[in-house]
Design a protein around this ligand. Sequence first.
Ligand code: SAM
Length: 269
Amino acid sequence: MKKTWGQHFLRDKSVAQDIIQAASLTKDDRVIEIGPGRGVMTRLMAPLVRQLIAVEIDPRLAQGLQADFRPQPEVIILRQDIRRYKLPSELLSGPLKVIANLPYYITSPIIFQLLDWHLVNPEFRKTVIMVQEEIAQRLAADPGRKEYGVLSIMVQFYAAVHIVRLVPASCFTPVPKVDSAVIEIEFLPQPREKVPSVPTFKKVVKAAFAQRRKTILNSLKHNYGINVDLLDLSLKEAGIEPGRRAETLSIAEFARLTEAIYEKQKGNN
Ligand code: SAM
């Protein structure tokens, strides 16, 4: 058992079934499974889909699955780090889904990798993944909640996030320290809001939350790198009270603020 690879195997098959049911798999789907482990979900999914590519970092586990699935050419087991996996040409278009009980040490980078895949292949519309409960709450959080932050906004900008179910630590072996949750991320046909530049939007959101206990005016003043008069004007134009805190701003408000700041800085350069 490799602790460093976040190996906590599902021993409750009903959880695997719930994940697969939430994905609404069809025979048109190609599926990427991240970290198949001993194959509890791989075995359930294989008969339901057109092609299943399972990417597993642990050579021992990958070899075991390669032997098990040799008679099934629609199942491809790759011994690879998912962070180095590039979508092959046949996955750059056409229906694609990603299913995983994620290794928790790399949850956030993988979620951002999935966003990139969606931008490359817009027919990749849905992913169902198991994550730590705390991350699930952050991904799904609405404004005003303490879990609401950069991760919630950057994912919800592109997707609707829904918690499918909570999964207690006792459903895994070995038992992890934290509870988990299954989440469904359904990418929207268009980003939720129009912004003049996504990198600027990201920069505004990150700077706003850099000191989340401060007012939006102060946090941006210290972390964005913008003249305070321009910032004041931008907040006014966006209809945002400068005394509010970042965690109270909706994604639409962040988008309006981005537009105002972008225009001011453009005029200033
Ligand atoms: N899917 C199995 C299950 O539900 O029982 C295993 C889930 S376990 C939480 C995470 C799996 O991801 C492990 O099999 C681990 O070896 C694998 N893994 C960890 N890091 C990985 C990486 N960077 N790329 C691919 N697989 C990885």
